[in-house]
Design a protein around this ligand. Structure first.
Ligand code: HEC
Ligand code: HEC
Ligand code: HEC
Ligand code: HEC
Ligand code: HEC
Ligand code: HEC
Ligand code: HEC
Length: 324
């Protein structure tokens, strides 16, 4: 019963919080963030350090270590998407007391969908579709008890990357792959889900030449997620027998990559005109036989042609309106 009531409080708070933070004026927002920071200080006094001081009723103190998983990196926290949140927006305020009550171990935490489902402010992310894809993924179907959005999106540090124009493609690749490697390169976290031996990724991918350079220039999801054009980041991770192995899937004109990683950059470019290095980037990757100098020269000509057409039609239109 307690579990359920805590859950509803969270859902309610989440929804409230959402409109409260998202629609606040700049002043209200600054105020909210300042007060959240102030109340977070109590939690951070322990969770923001590798050790903490414990005091008993008689006033004795003892220095204790804080286990790694309980540690919150405050710099990363305050630069995440949810930086404006107080710890107790997602966790019970009963955590202010220490030792934390046993009942809190049964705390049901809010999920992405509790706050973001049907939410206009984040419509472009298509949370509902992402959720559908995730539920079909093999992680979710094999481990639906323990696998959630939080398994990949750290509640304390998550920050959008692929959509962020200021991020380079290579830093996005690194960020996204680090998510997968947080389990597939970490026995401890992997075995918390599946108590078998962690497969060695290097030998599972030994059919792939230039493995190191591939892992730096493609994302795991490029080969492991079901391709769909309806979301920017595909979330349906398939079982290993359905993974991409064919070189042509990427090393060809109609590369998979233009439907995934480079899709957003491309549509952004259309908006911006052609003067953006990401386009040269994607031409470079996708083209089977490439020559940087030629490609850039080609782009330059393309820009000239389009500018030419632009000017031409502008004057045509002008002349036409003149004649009317
Ligand atoms: C005096 C130090 C201290 C303070 C202050 C403190 N914590 Fe903790 N917290 C711990 C320690 C130690 C643990 C691990 C032992 C335990 O679970 O009780 C822990 C565990 C937790 C857990 C994990 C529980 C679980 O097992 O799932 C959460 C969540 C948590 N704290 C949140 C908070 C929040 C939120 C605040 C502030 C409102 C806070 N803590 C304040 C020391 C502290
Ligand atoms: C956006 C919601 C949200 C906010 C804000 C938040 N947490 Fe959490 N926290 C979670 C969720 C969800 C989990 C459980 C993660 C999981 O299941 O993998 C969690 C887990 C924890 C844990 C246990 C670590 C673990 O891996 O089990 C601690 C400790 C903790 N939070 C402390 C804090 C502190 C301190 C703050 C404020 C600085 C904070 N949290 C802010 C959602 C949040
Ligand atoms: C407790 C409610 C809550 C939960 C749970 C939650 N969010 Fe949020 N999220 C918000 C609010 C509120 C904002 C707006 C914050 C702001 O305006 O500073 C936000 C912002 C975001 C943004 C930034 C949107 C933008 O336009 O820049 C992304 C992306 C996001 N959340 C993704 C997620 C994901 C993914 C999860 C789950 C892993 C999640 N959120 C869980 C409430 C929540
Ligand atoms: C197996 C790992 C994994 C799981 C589970 C997962 N995600 Fe993601 N998600 C990713 C990766 C990787 C990205 C790309 C991050 C980036 O570059 O911004 C991403 C990106 C996103 C984005 C940003 C998409 C955009 O258009 O910019 C949202 C929103 C999101 N996830 C929501 C969710 C929700 C909701 C769930 C649970 C239903 C979920 N994710 C579960 C790995 C995961
Ligand atoms: C929270 C830990 C965790 C994260 C993060 C994670 N995985 Fe997994 N993954 C697992 C576990 C556990 C299994 C084993 C599932 C089983 O067979 O029981 C697995 C299995 C797999 C498999 C093999 C499926 C098969 O058929 O045996 C692939 C492929 C895979 N993951 C890809 C990914 C990709 C890509 C990402 C990042 C987008 C990712 N994983 C992120 C835990 C994780
Ligand atoms: C170029 C495509 C490609 C890329 C990139 C790729 N994989 Fe794979 N992966 C495959 C294929 C194909 C298999 C199936 C191999 C087999 O069954 O022999 C596989 C197998 C796996 C397995 C199953 C291992 C086993 O032995 O059970 C996991 C887990 C996995 N990949 C995770 C990842 C992660 C994590 C990344 C990113 C760091 C990644 N993959 C990048 C194509 C790829
Ligand atoms: C998921 C997409 C994808 C798949 C599948 C794929 N590649 Fe690649 N490959 C890339 C990308 C991206 C690069 C980096 C291109 C660049 O840097 O310009 C690359 C680079 C290379 C390179 C050059 C490496 C270097 O260091 O310069 C070779 C050789 C190569 N791939 C061969 C293959 C072969 C052979 C296969 C099939 C067994 C294959 N690739 C499958 C995407 C892929």
């Amino acid at each position: 019963m307690k579990k359920i009531s805590i859950f509803f409080v969270f859902v309610f708070m989440g929804a409230m919080q959402f409109t409260a933070i998202a629609q606040a004026t700049a002043d209200e927002r600054a105020q909210y963030i300042a007060s959240a920071k102030e109340s977070n200080a109590r939690c951070i006094s322990c969770h923001g350090h590798k050790k903490f001081t414990l005091t008993d009723e008689a006033g004795n103190t003892v220095l204790r270590k804080l286990y790694q998983e309980l540690f919150i990196d405050t710099v990363a926290y305050y630069s995440s998407n949810h930086y404006a949140f107080g710890c107790t927006d997602c966790h019970s305020s009963e955590y202010e007391a220490f030792p934390h009550a046993l009942a809190l171990k049964f705390e049901v935490k809010p999920g992405c969908m509790d706050c973001h489902e049907g939410d206009e402010a984040v419509k472009k992310f298509k949370f509902e579709l992402i959720n559908e894809e995730f539920l079909k993924s093999m992680h979710s179907s094999r481990h639906n008890e323990e696998f959630s959005c939080w398994s990949c999106h750290s509640p304390h540090y998550y920050k959008i990357n692929a959509r962020d124009e200021n991020k380079t493609i290579s830093s996005t690749i690194q960020y996204d792959n680090a998510i997968c490697l947080s389990c597939h390169g970490n026995t401890q976290k992997y075995q918390q889900m599946n108590d078998t031996i962690l497969p060695n990724l290097i030998s599972s991918h030994d059919w792939l030449p230039n493995q190191v350079s591939h892992f730096k220039s493609v994302r795991c999801i490029e080969c492991h997620a079901n391709l769909s054009d309806s979301v920017l980041v595909q979330h349906e991770i398939l079982s290993k027998d359905k993974a991409i192995r064919g070189c042509k899937e990427c090393h060809s004109r109609d590369s998979r990559l233009t439907h995934s990683l480079y899709r957003f950059q491309r549509s952004e470019l259309r908006k911006l005109g052609f003067a953006n290095s990401a386009l040269t980037d994607s031409q470079f990757v996708v083209g089977a036989n490439r020559n940087m100098v030629l490609e850039i020269a080609f782009l330059f000509v393309l820009v000239l042609v389009f500018t030419g057409i632009g000017i031409h039609s502008y004057f045509r239109k002008k002349i036409k309106t003149h004649h009317e």
